[in-house]
Write a protein that binds this ligand. Sequence first.
Ligand code: NDP
Length: 233
Amino acid sequence: MRTAVVTGGTRGIGAGVSLALAESGWSVIAASASREEREAFEPHDAIRVCHLDVTDDASVFSFFEGLDRLDGLVNSAGILRRGEEYDVVVFQQVVDVNLTGTMRCCVAAHDLLADSSGAIVNIASMLSTFGGPLVPAYSASKGGVVQLTKALAGRWAEDGIRVNAVAPGWIETEMTKELRDDSERTEAILARTPIKRWGKTSEVGALVRWMLSDEASFVTDAVYPVDGGYLAM
Ligand code: NDP
């Protein structure tokens, strides 16, 4: 059975990815940092829930060393600190989770993925394309995730590893709750989204599942939006 690790896999987009994979016959390890969150997650039979803090070098490397096989890695762990990211300490924390955390997991998973000719999908953002004035660290980290994806895709193709990213638009998760509760912001977002609604985590999960599958065997170095058309406007 194919095995995938999904970081941040017990909530929001990561949980949507975990479920999409589990429903298609993957064995999934959904990893996240906080115990409360893992306890709140009701997994599918094919999902095993684990602790993993992507900012902890030693834990990340020992986590992947403990696996027998790995066919897919999805880096969904992410944080955003709206209004606080001009504080350099906060800036570094956000980059450490979103960008360096992605790199850590990719490097730690490399040998297992090379053994299985596996694939990586990183979760980018629309803010990989344009900057968010209230979230400089988030914007910088997500821009970095796209360039990291491309660098690894170029380097690791010779090892049989495909590396792609998806760039979700406005998706209904905890991260966007504050925005969804603000009717003015919601109105502005939906006005610019040609498909006039928020996206669902299952819709991101379906795209990630395809990118990990053999149907995408000639796809690497790609960044696919899943945003209801927001970026095109
Ligand atoms: P949520 O806040 O709902 O989930 C974030 C997840 O990341 C949680 O599972 C959280 O687990 C995990 N996480 C945070 N820090 C760490 C850490 N140090 N180590 C391991 N896991 C961690 O957010 P979303 O589901 O909305 O976001 C998921 C990804 O999608 C992020 O990368 C985000 O940037 C991206 N994204 C989201 C969009 C949206 O509209 N929602 C749009 C574009 C991109 P825990 O709490 O246990 O630490």
